[in-house]
Design a protein around this ligand. Structure first.
Ligand code: CO8
Length: 258
């Protein structure tokens, strides 16, 4: 695995683990973090032995937002000209399943990056928020859209207009996170979930993710049609034959990811 300046990249079994690693800045997301995460995602998505990707930070902070010190002096044309932070779309568009394991602060861009992942698992000390309004801006990498879809207009407006944080309990009640675990078990639990996903047929997991994500982009009728078409297509895979044969023969499937 390649060494990076602002992240750690490891492989644990079939799981690729990206750990944001700028502890002095509470993992604030600057251009180098973006570059490193994109390169790591390219590496993990290109590795046939990786079946799921886990993104995490430290116990104190998943990420306390975009790097305010990097952004502060920028002009409109700097931001527009470089399409600032558009590169994070790479994470939202990852084809393999992704899990964000969030402890501590996930604020601003940190919350937005976590929401780009397919599953969000929170430590009991996690704090989510979109405090951009307190800095004279608004969320810029999906907060106004993904948070609203995840928690509904009432809570999204409350968070985005007041800039307040919500704790893990509130985030789970609101539907932003799928489960809460004790902070000292976060990595183990998230890894277990990632390993479980990575033990499935990779193409099937990728297609399942694509089908769920399609529901955010289309009408119910078109979404159902998409689901049915891809469901039928799965019968071209060896793994469908193996999965169903294993059930009938009362044994564990041995998926070959084909
Ligand atoms: N950017 C840069 N540095 C940061 C950031 C940040 N977002 N957050 C924390 N740091 C730094 C601090 O400056 C401090 O550094 P130093 O020791 O050199 O002063 C260090 O991290 C530790 O932070 P604190 O001393 O503040 O730690 P506390 O425990 O007192 O507070 C908080 C923790 C509450 C998380 C506090 O640091 C904080 O409020 N941080 C900023 C949170 C925030 O406003 N985030 C949103 C940023 S804007 C954004 O994310 C926009 C995303 C969209 C961009 C896309 C554009 C297209």
């Amino acid at each position: 695995m390649t060494d990076f300046e602002t992240i750690l990249l490891e492989r644990k079994g079939r799981v690729g683990v990206i750990t944001l690693n700028r502890p002095k800045a509470l993992n604030a997301l600057n251009s180098q973090v973006l570059k490193d995460v994109v390169a790591a995602l390219d590496e993990l998505e290109g590795d046939a032995e990786v079946g799921a990707i886990l993104l995490t930070g430290s116990e104190r902070a998943f990420a306390a937002g975009a790097d305010i010190k990097e952004m502060a002096p920028q002009t409109y044309i700097d931001m527009y000209g470089t399409d600032f932070f558009a590169g994070w779309d790479r994470l939202a568009n990852a084809r393999k399943p992704t899990i964000a394991a969030v402890a501590g602060y996930a604020l601003g861009g940190g919350c937005e990056v976590a929401m780009m992942c397919d599953i969000l698992i929170a430590a009991d000390n996690a704090k989510f928020g979109q405090p951009e309004i307190t800095l004279g801006v608004i969320p810029g990498i999906g907060g106004s859209q993904r948070l609203t879809r995840a928690v509904g207009k009432a809570k999204a407006m409350d968070l985005i207009l007041t800039g307040r944080n919500m704790d893990a309990e509130e985030a789970e009640r609101a539907g932003l996170v799928s489960r809460i675990v004790p902070a000292d078990q976060l990595l183990d639990e998230a890894l277990k979930a990632a390993e479980k996903i990575a033990s499935m047929s990779l193409p099937v997991a990728m297609i399942a993710k694509e089908a769920v994500n399609r529901s955010f982009e289309t009408t119910l009728g078109e979404g159902l049609r998409f689901e049915r078409r891809v469901f039928h297509s799965l019968f071209a895979l060896d793994d469908q034959k193996e999965g169903m044969a294993a059930f009938v023969e009362k044994r564990k499937p041995n998926f070959t990811h084909k």
